[in-house]
Design a protein around this ligand. Structure first.
Ligand SMILES: Cc1cc2nc3c(=O)[nH]c(=O)nc-3n(C[C@H](O)[C@H](O)[C@H](O)COP(=O)(O)O)c2cc1C
Length: 234
């Protein structure tokens, strides 16, 4: 239907311009305006890559344009101050303000709906409980496990060596050693910096099998076993 409308209008416009030009030759300048649109529509109908453009010649590009400006529209008109991931507009504004050295203080109060079901916060207790002598731990490994592990509730989440640095990995693992929790290697594999400080480690193995793959990139159980022995848990 849209194709028919397009071709009919193109023909009518071309005829109108052609006829007008017989008496008033300057009318041909109108082709500068309508010509590219007609050529674009013809190209859309002939091309075989995008079904949408074949069905909606010319106007189909409007969708692509909308897709392009969608994030900006979303950000400027739809998104609220506390929406947006990974950082809300509220946090982003503070980051911009601080990076420019502008005033970044905010009045007391929050824009969040603190009465909303599911809203979470932490607050100090007026009657704090005494700190337990032993920290609560989760036992990992069933009855048949020869090396059960008492895991801390809070640990260091996975961040690969490649995404951080030697110094960061050394510091994180040293922190794990001092704090008595585990440090997740991230999927980039087990580096010597993970092992150096002696903190507990969780070796994350993902689809790349880094550190335990054979030359063809498949999981290598022997390398896995050999490398696992380099990790000593307390
Ligand atoms: C630099 C960096 C590297 C990361 N690398 C990994 C990774 O290798 N494997 C993984 O599962 N998650 C990875 N993550 C995700 C984190 O483990 C964590 O899930 C994420 O940062 C959200 O937790 P957070 O809110 O405590 O930061 C990485 C995150 C960062 C910032």
């Amino acid at each position: 239907m849209v194709r028919k409308i397009f071709f009919t209008s193109a023909t009518v416009v071309l005829l109108a311009v052609g006829l007008t030009a017989v008496w008033w030759p300057s009318a041909l300048w109108l082709l500068v305006l309508v010509g590219p649109v007609i050529l674009l529509g013809l190209h859309d109908v002939i091309q075989r890559k995008h079904a949408l453009l074949r069905i909606y010649p010319g106007i189909g590009h409007g969708r692509n344009l909308m897709e392009e400006v969608r994030p900006e529209m979303q950000q400027y008109f739809v998104e609220s101050d506390i929406d947006g991931t990974p950082f809300s507009r509220e946090f982003r504004s503070i980051i911009y303000q601080r990076s420019k050295g502008d005033l970044d203080t905010r009045a007391f109060g929050t824009q969040r709906d603190v009465n909303h079901i599911g809203y979470e916060w932490m607050q100090h207790s007026l009657a704090p409980l005494p700190v337990a002598d032993s920290e609560p731990r989760v036992s990992v490994g069933g009855a048949t496990c020869t090396r059960p592990y008492a895991a801390s509730h809070l640990n260091i989440s996975a961040m690969s060596f490649g995404s951080l640095s030697r110094t960061a990995i050394l510091a994180l693992n040293e922190g794990a050693r001092i704090g008595g929790f585990a440090h997740n290697t991230g999927e980039g594999g087990l580096s010597r910096y993970h092992l150096e400080p002696g903190g507990d480690l969780t070796w994350q193995i993902c689809t790349g099998y880094f550190g335990c793959r054979d030359d063809d990139g498949h999981f290598d159980p022997d390398r896995f076993e050999e490398r696992s022995h380099t990790i000593t848990l307390r």
